[in-house]
Design a binder for this molecule. Sequence first.
Ligand code: PMV
Length: 367
Amino acid sequence: ASDPVYEATCTAPVNIAVVKYWGKRDTTLILPTNSSLSVTLSQDHLRSLTSARCITTTSNNSNANAVADRLWLNGHEEEIQQGGRTHRCLAELRQMRKDLESRDSSLPKLTDFALHIASENNFPTAAGLASSASGLSALIATISTLYALLPENGVSVSDLSRVARQGSGSACRSMFGGYVAWDMGTRDDGHDSVAVEVAPASHWPDLHALILVVSDKKKGTPSTAGMQRTVATSDLLKHRIDHVVPARMDRISTAIRNRDFDQFAIETMADSNQFHAVCLDTQPPIFYLNDVSRAVIQLVAELNRASVDAGKGYLAAYTYDAGPNAVLYVRERDVKLVLELVLRYFPQQTFDDPFHLGPEPAAASSF
Ligand code: PMV
C-alpha cells in the first residue's frame, strides 16, 4: 500500500483594525501595549491560501532533529529562520500535536515529519493591506487542521489565536470572522493575550469595506520597527494606552452590538487619526499617509458633514493602517453613492472593486 498523505489547505482573509494595535510590551511573545478591534473581511477578496503536507517519504524520519520544514511564499522559497517567528509558531503547533498524540496513541505520529508549506496572497504583499495577518492566520489554520488541533480535541480558536499572535500580532484577529477584539491581557507569559469574537459577520452584514488603493508599493517603515520607535519615544502613545483605548474598546463594541453606524464611524475615524498622530509623535516621525490619503480624509469628512446636516447620519468611516491606502466602511445602501463620489473627486485614480464583508468564517478548511 502507498504511504498515507497528510495534507491540508485553508484560506484566511485580512482584517482591518478600527481600534489600532501599535506598540509591543514584549517583542518576543508579541504582547501589545493596548487592546485592539478589527473587522475580518470576506474570503472572496483579500486572502491568503496556504497548503501544508507532511513529508512522510524521506528515509530517516525517526530523528526529530532531522525535521527540516520548508516554506514557499508566492512561489519563492523563504528561509525559516531558527528561532524566528514562523519557526516558533511551527514549534508550538508541533508541541500541541505531540500532547494530543500522547493522549491518544491511535493518532499517527505526524510530528516526526517535516512540513512543506506553500502560501500565496491574491493581493500585493506588505503594502499596508495586512498581508502578514492573513498569511500567518492561514498558516496556523492550515497546520492546526492538519494536526487536528480542533475544539473537539480541546483546542479553541482563541488558543490558536495565541499561536498566530506570536507570528504577527494582528494575525490573531484573522482567526475569527466578523468583528474581533484582541484582548491585550495582563500576564507576562501572554496566555491571556488572545483574540475573541465580538460578533459574527452575519450580525451586521450590511457593513461593507471599500479598499481605495492609493499605492501598492511596499510600505516605508515596517510595523515592527515603527512600533519599537513609537514605544521608545512617544508621549502621546502613553496617553492613548492609558486614557483613550480602554473606553474606546467599550464604546465601539457597544456600537457593533447595536449596529450603530454613527458611533462606529466616529470611533473608527478618531482612532485612525490618533494612530497616525502617534506616528507623527515618534522620533524621528513616521509618515504613512500621503497627500492622496489626506485628500480622501477631507472628502469623507465633508461628505459626513453634509449627510449629518441633512439628518441622514454618517455616510462613511475611513481608516488607515501602516500605509497610504484608505479603507472606507460604508453601509450597503450608501456604497454606490460613496464610490461615485470618490471617483468623481479622484478621477485619475483607479479603484479596485468594492470588497464587501461576507458571512463566512475566517479560516475555512478546504481539504
Ligand atoms: O501585526 P502587524 O505587525 O502587521 O501590525 C499591524 C499594525 C496595524 O495594521 C497598523 C494596526 C492593526 O491593529 O492592524
